[in-house]
Design a protein around this ligand. Structure first.
Ligand code: 0JX
Ligand code: SF4
Length: 336
C-alpha cells in the first residue's frame, strides 16, 4: 500500500475518446517557485558546514527541516537528531532547527554547556521579535498556528503569558482577551494564506480593534508556492506535491490545490510512493514541492511520469525568488 497522503475530491474525469489523442495531450505543469526556500537552504547548509568544520557527531534538536530525505541523508553523514537538549552530552555541538526555539531551550542548552548554532530562519526570528515587542507593550497576542508544531512552540515561548494559540477558524470561539483595545494577531510562517485570512476575519468580528502584524508573518516562500499551485490547479486532473507529512507548508499545498480546483491531489515523499493508478484517465498532472524539499526528489517524480507518457513538461511561473540568507555567524568564513 502506498504511504502517500491522498486527498481525492472524488470527481472522476472521463478519459479522452481516442487513445492516441489522449497520449498526445498528456502533459505536466511544473510549479515555479517550488522546493527549497532561503531559510531551508541556510539551515541545511548550516548543518553541512558544521559537520565539515567540527566533524561528526553534530547534534540537531528536532528535524533540521521537515523532510525525510534531508534528515536521513544527514543522519548517514553523522548527524544525531534529538528531541531535547538533555539528550546531548555536555559540551557537544547542537544546532537548532529552522523552525526556531523558545528562550527556555536556549537556557537549557547553556545550562548543559552545549555549544550551539542557531539555524532558525530569520523570518521566524522576525515573528519572535514581534511577539516579544507586543508582550512588552502588554498586548494579548493571538498566535494563529497549528497546535504542537515546533514553530508555534518556539514563538509562544517568547511570551507565554501573553500568547494564546488559535488553531484555525475553529479555534476562534474559545478566545477571550483581557482588553479588547490591545489585541494583535501573529501567525506561524507556513500556514494557508486563505485559511488564515478567514481566521482573522472571524477574530475581527469578535474583536473589531484587532491589530494586524507589522508585516506579513506567513512568509514569501509559503505564499509564493501557494500562488503557483493555485494558478495551475484548475487545469490539473491530478496534483502531486512532493513533501513530508509533518511539513506544514507541504501539506497546505495539497489543500490549496484541491480548493483551487485540482480533481485530486496527493503528497509523496518519493517517486516510489506515486501510485500509477492515480494516472488512469489523467491528461494534466501538476507537480510542486514544499519549501523543505530537495529538487532531486521532484526530478524522481518527473522521471517516473515520463516513463508513463508524461514527458511534456510546461513550467507555470508566478514569481522569481532571489532571496538568500547569510549563514549563522559561527560558520561564516573569517574576514581577512
Ligand atoms: O512544517 P513546516 O512547513 O513549518 O516546515 P518545513 O517543511 O521544514 O519547511 C521549511 C521550514 C519552515 C520554517 O518556517
Ligand atoms: Fe523561512 Fe519561510 Fe522557509 Fe520557513 S518557509 S524557513 S519562514 S523562508
Amino acid at each position: 500500500m502506498s504511504s502517500a497522503i491522498s486527498l481525492n475530491v472524488g470527481i472522476a474525469r472521463s478519459a479522452s475518446a481516442g487513445s492516441a489523442d489522449a497520449a498526445d495531450a498528456k502533459r505536466v505543469l511544473l510549479a515555479e517557485p517550488r522546493g527549497y526556500c532561503a531559510g531551508v537552504d541556510r539551515a541545511v547548509e548550516t548543518v553541512e558546514k558544521a559537520l565539515e568544520k567540527h566533524g561528526a557527531p553534530v547534534y540537531v534538536r528536532k528535524e533540521i527541516v521537515h523532510n525525510r530525505h534531508v534528515v536521513e541523508t544527514l543522519r548517514e553523514r553523522g548527524v544525531i537528531f534529538v528531541d531535547e537538549t538533555d539528550e546531548v552530552p555536555a559540551g557537544a555541538l547542537l544546532v537548532f532547527s529552522a523552525h526556531g526555539v523558545s528562550p527556555a531551550v536556549h537556557t537549557a542548552a547553556a545550562e548543559r554547556d552545549l555549544r550551539t548554532i542557531d539555524a532558525t530562519c530569520p523570518l521566524v526570528t522576525k515573528v519572535h521579535q514581534e511577539a516579544k515587542r507586543f508582550a512588552r507593550d502588554d498586548f494579548d497576542i493571538l498566535l494563529i498556528g497549528h497546535e504542537g508544531h515546533e514553530e508555534v512552540e518556539g514563538t509562544a515561548g517568547e511570551a507565554p503569558d501573553h500568547v494564546q494559540l488559535v488553531d484555525g477558524p475553529g479555534g476562534v470561539d474559545g478566545v477571550t482577551v483581557r482588553d479588547e483595545n490591545k489585541v494583535i494577531w501573529l501567525s506561524q510562517t507556513t500556514l494557508s494564506v486563505d485559511e488564515t485570512m478567514e481566521t482573522v476575519r472571524l477574530l475581527r468580528e469578535k474583536f473589531p480593534l484587532l491589530q494586524d502584524p507589522p508585516s506579513d508573518d506567513i512568509c514569501y516562500a509559503t505564499s509564493n508556492r501557494q500562488t503557483a499551485v493555485k494558478a495551475m490547479a484548475p487545469e490539473c486532473d491530478l496534483v502531486i506535491v512532493v513533501g513530508s507529512r509533518n511539513s506544514s507548508n507541504s501539506v497546505r499545498l495539497v489543500e490549496v490545490a484541491l480548493n483551487a480546483g485540482a480533481r485530486a491531489a496527493h503528497l509523496v515523499d518519493y517517486a516510489r510512493e506515486v501510485d500509477t493508478a492515480w494516472l488512469d484517465g489523467v491528461r494534466t498532472v501538476g507537480i510542486t514541492s514544499g519549501a523543505s524539499v530537495p529538487e532531486i526528489l521532484v526530478e524522481g517524480v518527473l522521471e517516473l511520469l515520463a516513463e508513463h507518457g508524461f514527458g511534456n513538461v510546461q513550467p507555470v511561473t508566478t514569481a522569481n525568488e532571489t532571496l538568500v540568507f547569510a549563514l549563522p555567524r559561527e560558520l561564516r568564513p573569517a574576514r581577512r
